[in-house]
Ligand binder design. Structure first.
Ligand SMILES: [Ca+2]
Ligand SMILES: [Ca+2]
Length: 397
């Protein structure tokens, strides 16, 4: 009398599903200001600020450049600041200024140390309301009849491997006249950008830094006279990251003034959704004298928005849930881990098994974890003395 195997197996195909776009790189309409003979990007609207859509607290200290501004005292003395005190750099709490020092071999108007100050000069209401976006102060720095390369930075503790989004609002006033407080008609081609060093370094010249607006110009984009949104995203490669606001004008102007306000650093929420449809149905019926590879396609899909590169899964065998009087089963995998398009095939070898109920669960864990994972796939094998019933669907691959 030959024993009969009623078997269940599973094969899991990982489909990439809809791989939604990552960072929106939509370019806002180009407008020509009537007073400035230069094209500029209006920037994204607040509604498009992806950092605000992450359900994350703002991780920055003093993100709106508020409160008392104090004299910058570098940790190690620098030549630009006699006696180690930078009296012309008045800085809000939480932020550290940076700039390229003047090279004495250059003309005197080339790359000077900017002066830093509160845009509203500590006065409420702000006497220059167009320079304020949020709260009661904004960061202002400028060079007079000269150019600069500089900005401010902040280093923050984060979770290594998580994605972060940094946004900030900025604009500038670049003009060779003081007839009004708007840029042009002669202007200095003043660029702005923001960045993240995913390694947590504080060298603002580091090539590790991921910059916004890099597709426009290495120095960023021009954002004259009214606040525009700058955003950048990256994955933390350390337990710290450093954020930067940056500017550089090409030409010396009487006014090369830069304003920053209302920044936000968010840990980006995983917006993947995963789903798996596995069945407990018996899918094969065979005699023990036949050696069969029992498998079943199980649909596993990942959908949603967000960066999907680097998404991986790992499969492990674990004890079954909710069963008693079963014997342990040891399924085998074609691979125990993989990426989006790599298929997991679970196989069960029934050779030599005596009659009885066998069970194991396979746990599939994804990285990053999504809302529906880990996923538990039950594997059940019943070996009986003889065939008494046939279950459908019958699928043998
Ligand atoms: Ca502010
Ligand atoms: Ca002007």
């Amino acid at each position: 009398m030959g024993a009969t195997i009623l078997g269940i197996g599973s094969a899991i195909g990982f489909a990439s599903g809809s791989t939604a776009s990552s960072a929106e790189s939509e370019t806002a309409p180009i407008n020509l200001l009537t007073t400035v003979d230069f094209l500029q990007d209006e920037g994204e609207s607040e509604a498009e600020n992806i950092c605000l859509q992450q359900n994350s607290p703002n991780l920055l200290i003093n993100p709106s450049f508020e409160g008392q501004y104090t004299t910058y005292v570098p940790d190690t003395p620098i030549d630009d600041c006699p006696a180690g005190v930078c009296t012309t750099a008045q800085i809000p709490a939480g932020w550290t200024p940076f700039w390229r020092s003047h090279d004495d071999n250059d003309d005197p108007w080339i790359i000077r140390q900017p002066e830093y100050k509160p845009a509203c000069i500590g006065t409420t209401p702000c006497p220059f309301p167009n320079r304020l976006r949020d709260g009661q102060e904004a960061l202002q720095y400028f060079t007079f009849f000269s150019t600069h390369e500089g900005g401010a930075m902040q280093r923050i503790t984060v979770t290594q491997g998580a994605d972060y989004c940094f946004s900030g609002w900025g604009h500038s006033w670049s003009a060779d006249d003081s007839d009004d407080a708007i840029s042009g008609p002669v202007e200095g081609e003043l660029y702005q950008k923001i960045g993240i060093d995913p390694t947590g370094g504080t060298d603002w010249t580091s090539t590790n830094i991921v910059w916004s607006d890099a597709d426009n110009h290495p120095w960023g984009r021009i954002q004259y006279d009214e606040y525009g949104l700058f955003t950048v995203e990256t994955t933390a490669e350390s337990d710290h990251i450093t954020v930067f606001v940056y500017s550089q004008p090409r030409f010396a102007m009487k006014h090369n003034d830069v304003y920053w306000d209302d920044t936000y650093l968010a840990q980006m929420t995983s917006v993947y959704t995963t789903s798996i449809t596995a069945t407990n149905d018996i899918i094969a019926l065979t005699d023990i004298t036949e050696t069969v590879q029992i498998s079943q396609s199980v649909d596993f899909s990942i959908t949603g928005t967000g960066p999907l590169e680097g998404y991986t899964w790992t499969a492990t065998i674990t004890d079954p849930v909710g069963l008693t009087n079963t014997l342990p089963l040891t399924p085998t995998f074609n691979r125990s881990s993989g990426g989006l398009t790599e298929t997991l095939v679970i196989s069960v070898d029934t050779t030599g098994l005596i009659t009885g109920s066998y069970a194991a669960d396979v746990l599939i864990t994804t990285d990053p974890i999504t809302g529906d994972t880990p996923i538990r796939v039950p594997i059940r094998v019943y070996i009986v003395e003889e065939v008494s019933r046939v279950y459908l669907p019958l699928t043998i691959k």
